[in-house]
Design a protein around this ligand. Structure first.
Ligand code: 5CA
Ligand code: ZN
Length: 409
């Protein structure tokens, strides 16, 4: 499917730094060393409701990863999926009496608008689960042939024991895995499974639900993890640089995805770094479509909030932190945006070469956006207090904030 229009990324003088980022699998910070073309896969939305601030915060983090890479003069090969058929989407469509395809199309269209407004760079390949099905079926057949999958009453399950590296993304113990599996789309209690954690690869057609031709698998629809594996392997191959998503995807989604890919190819690792954003909460609970405690990007836009202020509100928190959305968070961002705009709209100003390097260094240091914002705050405060004579400075600051933080002043 099509993605959304790309906003221009201004080129800055000099060159950015290599990104040091926290990798969930190793539990520490690693320096990414992509080649001339960096490869990133970011898990996309399940389009049954509008983009909320939690989604926006997660996509903001991975947009910054790309902006740092672009600043090192690399190309970026970026792939994102849309889980446009899955249980929660079908359940919502039934609950509201909507056609599931129309629901998915409508919410995906709104997501594109939100991403465009927030100046998130679009993926080169934006792929829906439904359009990936012809590529998923042969992968499931291969896993069956290799003995890494088995059939249970017409459904096909992946055997976690087939991957010697299973567990190396999340490092959770079996009990924690069982609890999270039950919470996040798995079925650990289903009788007949070889291991309660084994996830479904192919679900045979159910009455009243959509299904597709699965060749030797029979009619059905794909499991969730194999969807992202098929899309990532097709467009990026093994050993790509970053797989990204929120921390609720560490287990089972990213653990299972890594195992599927490793069992399929005999290679390790699937991704060189697994990077996870913290959870945004509202009223003390994780913002989630299933709970309904949501602040939507589109609703704020409709209320006339400048998308640049929304983006600054996200940037004010470290991407790995769990944080709470409040009216005050937005009010602070609106006020900061006004201060920055006033500072860059003076005809000349304080030299900003050092600021460019400070912002670069902050982002290269595990995307430390609070430090990057503090550096711009300092320049803006000094500029407002004293001003300067460097004619190029305001333009350089606004290009820096645009190129590295995605905020148009
Ligand atoms: N379609 C799958 C991924 S393949 C999915 O998780 N979709 S989602 O719509 O539920 O979430 C999209 C992205 O937003 C995921 O990376 C998820 O981790 C992230 N996300 C969801 N809720 C929050 C939240 N409250 N805070 C931060 N990120 C969140
Ligand atoms: Zn995914």
């Amino acid at each position: 499917m099509h993605a959304w229009p790309a906003s221009e990324v201004p080129a800055l003088p000099g060159k950015g730094r290599d990104l040091r980022i926290h990798d969930t699998a190793t539990g520490g910070r690693i320096t990414l060393d992509p080649g001339p073309v960096a490869r990133i896969y970011v898990c996309g939305i399940t389009p049954y409701d509008a983009t909320h601030m939690g989604h926006a915060a997660t996509y903001n983090a991975f947009d910054l990863v790309q902006r740092v890479w672009l600043d090192t003069k690399r190309q970026v090969h970026y792939v994102q999926n849309v889980t446009d058929v899955d249980d929660p989407l079908l359940e919502r469509a039934v609950r509201d009496g909507h056609d599931w395809t129309e629901l998915a199309e409508r919410e995906t269209a709104l997501f594109r608008e939100d991403m465009t407004a927030l100046r998130m760079l679009p993926p080169e390949h934006y792929i829906g689960a439904v359009e990936a099905i012809p590529g998923i079926v042969p992968l499931v057949e291969r896993l069956l042939d290799a003995g890494a999958a088995y059939e249970l009453d017409g459904d096909v399950y992946f055997s976690v024991e087939s991957d010697p590296h299973f567990g190396e993304v999340s490092h959770l113990d079996a009990e924690a895995m069982r609890l999270l599996s039950a919470e996040r789309g798995g079925d650990p209690k289903r009788p007949g499974k070889k291991n309660p954690l084994d996830p479904m690869l192919w679900m045979s057609a159910r009455d009243g639900e959509p299904s597709w031709d699965g060749a030797t698998l029979g009619r059905g629809r794909p499991g969730w993890h194999i969807e992202c594996v098929a899309i990532a392997l097709d467009h990026l191959g093994m050993g790509f640089d970053v797989q990204g998503g929120g921390s609720d995807l560490v287990f089972p989604h990213h653990e299972m995805g890594a195992s599927h890919a490793q069992a399929l190819t005999g290679e390790h690792p699937f991704a060189r770094a697994y990077v996870h954003a913290g959870m945004v909460a509202l009223d003390g609970e994780k913002m989630s479509k299933s709970k309904g405690n949501l602040v939507f990007v589109s609703a704020l836009r409709r209320d006339g909030v400048d998308p640049a202020a929304i983006r600054l509100a996200l940037l004010g928190h470290h991407y790995r932190a769990d944080w709470e959305w409040t009216d005050q968070v937005l009010a602070d961002a609106v006020e900061r945006l006004a201060r920055w705009r006033a500072a860059v709209s003076r005809p000349d100003g304080l030299p900003a070469d050092a600021l460019v390097e400070e912002v670069r260094e902050a982002l290269a240091d595990d995307l430390d956006t609070p430090a990057a914002l503090a550096a711009v705050d300092r320049w803006a405060a000094a500029q407002s207090a004293a001003g300067g004579t460097d004619e190029g400075a305001p333009g350089l600051v606004s290009r820096t904030v645009d190129a590295l933080l995605g905020v148009a002043l």
